[in-house]
Design a binder for this molecule. Sequence first.
Ligand SMILES: [Zn+2]
Length: 135
Amino acid sequence: MRATISARSASGSSRSRSWLVWGAVQVFRDSSSQLLDRELPDADRAEIVARMTSDPKVRGVHQLRTRASGPYVHIQMHADLDPELSLEEAHHVVVNAENRVLKAFPAADIIIHPDPEDRAEAHGGAFSGDDHAGD
Ligand SMILES: [Zn+2]
């Protein structure tokens, strides 16, 4: 009688142990995908570039960086603009581009750095050589 009980409880505890491990793995997976920022998929990144460059005044995009962070998406990039645009014109071009991207990614925080096309020196700190946009 005693042996039967302990065998049963042993198999029960092994079952509950694997259940606990499985549960811990799920919790870790969920929390790590929320805590660790992830780059958006290539299709989303291509969508951002397409929306940016649908205005011919935006001649290219580079150093695109995206981070999905919980419910939000952080998007930053450099946009090549006509160097002869006034600051006010460049501002309008950038705001309109930002609004086009926001239509597809309403929960986005977007930073667009305008560059005068072919006249910008390399800059951008640790990511200055990172040309992810493929332009
Ligand atoms: Zn720049």
